[in-house]
Ligand binder design. Structure first.
Ligand code: C5P
Length: 312
């Protein structure tokens, strides 16, 4: 169906997520694992632009050509396409959009880039279609799209429970700097979870958030935060990509305060003291030629509309 002001265009951005702690519990009957996690949004962004169209399409480009995007599907399985369709369906209509995604977040890197695209698409279409959805409504649609999508809307620092989709904001005052080391090849999230199941033999207790991590966040204590980063998926990611172990070691040798695999991997994160410390660690890691390296502050805000023309 052709619809709306054909000259209209809306752009929204959404940030990458990292998990300061990722506690993984039992595999539930629906195939998802129970999680207890602390999310943080960091300053790497995908930008999604939507325009009215006669059929829904999606195109993907990479910021400065840095992130390889060939693994992103360009059909109806693309999570941004699913987000646009689900939002329209939620409001009881069908409408097509041309979607362009400019990726600044590693693809299949354990940093929820697909979830960021979904969150940005929800916000952009909401404005393009003049829906003015309540936040709670968008969070519900987001949860249907993926475990990390509600957090991509929210941003900041937050606790995630359930399968990760139930988010509770944490009021923290610290500002942190992260160095991100990407891998040339992504990892499949379901495969990492399957490897977690194999390694644990199905014997896992309920997940919890470490007290030390909460204390570190409350005190904005960057050294204590570095010492309390945890990721239950890390052994599974290292099983699938043993070379990540050496990358984590390298970052610590180069003076990072903490080093951890991001989510299901394979991106690695290095916590730093300050922006200049992050630049120093990033330069040292770049010289090791392990993969693309960037640095980003956290926490940052969640998905936001950044440009709109011709909308109501
Ligand atoms: O929710 P999302 O689409 O991001 O999940 C991708 C896959 O990751 C799921 O199909 C599942 O295999 C795995 N997963 C899981 N437990 C979670 C979140 C994701 O097993 N809490």
């Amino acid at each position: 169906m052709s619809h709306g002001n054909t000259g209209a265009v809306v752009a929204a951005t959404a940030p990458a997520k990292i998990n300061l702690s990722l506690g993984v519990g039992p595999n539930r009957s629906d195939g998802f694992h129970t999680l207890a996690t602390v999310y943080q949004a960091i300053g790497l962004y995908d930008r999604v632009t939507v325009r009215p169209a006669d059929e829904t399409t999606v195109a993907v480009t990479a910021t400065e050509g840095r992130v390889p995007v060939h693994d992103v599907p360009l059909d109806a399985t693309n999570i941004a396409v699913r987000a646009a369709r689900l939002l329209a369906e939620h409001h009881g209509f069908e409408r097509d959009v041309e979607i362009t995604i400019d990726k600044g977040i590693p693809v299949a890197g354990g940093m929820a880039g697909g979830s960021a695209d979904a969150a940005a698409t929800l916000l952009a279409c909401d404005q393009l279609w003049g829906l003015d959805s309540a936040r709670e409504d968008l969070l519900l649609v987001a949860a249907e799209l993926g475990s990390d999508v509600p957090f991509a809307l929210l941003g900041g620092t937050a606790i995630g429970t359930g399968r990760g989709e139930t988010v509770t904001p944490l009021m923290t005052r610290g500002k942190y700097w992260w160095v991100v080391l990407e891998s040339p090849r992504g990892l499949s999230t379901p495969e990492v979870y399957r490897t977690f199941d194999d390694l644990s033999g199905g014997e896992v207790g309920d997940p919890a958030i470490p007290d030390a991590l909460m204390l570190a966040l409350r005190g904005a204590d960057v050294e204590a935060l570095g010492a309390s980063l945890t990721n239950d998926l890390q052994p599974a990611a290292l099983r699938l990509r043993p070379e990540l172990g050496a990358a984590l070691e390298q970052g610590l040798e180069e003076s990072a305060l903490g080093a951890i695999v991001s989510g299901s991997g394979p991106s690695c994160l290095f916590l730093c003291q300050s922006r200049s410390h992050a630049l120093h660690v990033a330069t040292a890691l770049r010289a090791c030629d392990l993969g693309p390296v960037s640095s980003a502050p956290g926490p940052v805000h969640g998905a936001r509309v950044v440009a709109a023309e011709g909308t109501a």
